[in-house]
Design a protein around this ligand. Structure first.
Ligand code: F0G
Length: 336
């Protein structure tokens, strides 16, 4: 399967012969969710972005951002991140032979993401501050040093991420509504760009965690907090564009509680066989809590894989059953 620059080159700002840094991202599964559909009273599909090479949708944007950085002669890339952008930037930097640095909020990044960024050889800086502070600082840093910024303030990121909208439309033909978690608001902005370019306008419903819901409140949140660390963001960089997407598509942005997020997280794993990370489950939590207007067909974007955050899974799931190595003990353990 081709990577997405190859698959969608005519819709992307890359000419034949431009350098392409790819891990064959994109072309992710869109699976129907029968139990969720029954609960919601509509046909619901799950876009499994955790199936990307580093386990999140960030790879779509990163193939474009890092390919463009190579084209421009950059030697290093940097980002602020709640974890997934860091993992993806580190992987694509390694692939391209560039140096990578990532700045993450100390103690607030899931274990899998940290392991990825370190294994790919990025310099991982743990900031004693929030994601919002980290982003402000890297933006100032790249003004002073020749390092490519690969956060979603980089337009190439959105170009890559818009391809997910193309894929959904290619598979379903059309769509009434899309549910999506919102953090820094780059992804919803990218989907809206993709839908408009493909001449479709499903209603976009964005969901933020209650403790980190600046777009819902209409004001930045100084100390954002949620179990969904990926979207623990108080001042989204793509604020205006995201609000325009919600308004123009006749959608909405709403909040979901941590309890609702974790309910949806467990439900998807146990009832649909789909393991996503907590932030991703916000899309389904929102659909269950608020609905999606009168939509008959709905796609929920599951932005990252559940294995990103093994500690959260172990905290939320049943305990393992200890057992002695003899048959009757095993019988009791298995059947009891
Ligand atoms: N879901 C996951 C799993 C994420 O990692 C993010 C963002 C989002 C949803 C929200 O997307 O920011 O485009 O609105 N993660 C960024 C990061 C902030 O640093 O990995 P958004």
């Amino acid at each position: 399967m081709a990577g997405l620059i190859e698959r969608y080159r005519e819709h992307l700002p890359f000419a034949d012969g431009d350098p392409v840094v790819s891990l064959e991202e994109g072309s992710t599964p869109l699976v129907e969710a029968p139990r969720l559909s029954r609960r919601v009273g509509a046909r619901v599909w799950l876009k499994l972005e955790g199936a990307n090479p580093t386990g999140s949708f960030k790879d779509r944007g990163m193939t474009c951002a890092v390919s463009a950085a190579v084209r421009e002669g950059a030697e290093a890339v940097i980002c602020a991140s709640t974890g997934n952008t860091a993992a993806s930037a580190a992987a694509y930097a390694a692939r391209a032979g560039l140096r990578g640095a990532v700045i993450v909020p100390e103690g607030r990044i899931a274990t899998g993401k940290l392991a990825q960024a370190l294994m790919h050889g990025a310099r991982v800086v743990a900031l004693r501050g929030t994601f919002d502070e980290a982003l402000t600082l890297v933006r100032r840093l790249v003004d002073r040093h020749p390092i490519a910024l690969v956060n979603s303030v980089n337009a190439f990121r959105l170009e890559g991420q818009k391809t997910a909208a193309f894929e959904v439309l290619e598979e379903l033909g059309g769509l009434d509504a899309l549910c999506i978690p919102v953090g820094n608001a780059g992804n919803v902005t990218a989907y809206w760009k993709g839908f408009r370019e493909a001449d479709h306008a499903p209603r976009l419903f964005g969901f933020q965690a209650e403790g980190a819901a600046p777009l819902v409140h209409g004001a930045p949140v100084q100390a954002p907090d949620t179990v969904a660390t990926a979207i623990r963001i108080g001042n989204p960089a793509r604020w205006e564009e995201a609000m325009d997407a919600f308004t123009s598509s006749r959608g909405a942005v709403r909040a979901v509680s941590d309890a609702q997020i974790l309910d949806a997280y467990r439900f998807l794993a146990a009832e649909e066989g789909v393991f996503c990370e907590p932030a991703s489950a916000a899309s389904v939590a929102g659909l269950l809590a608020h609905g999606a207007g009168e939509a008959e067909s709905v796609a929920c974007v599951l932005t990252g894989h559940g294995l990103k955050d093994p500690q959260m899974a172990l905290d939320q799931a049943a305990a393992v059953v200890p057992c002695e190595p003899d048959l009757s003990a095993v019988e009791r353990a298995v059947l009891g």
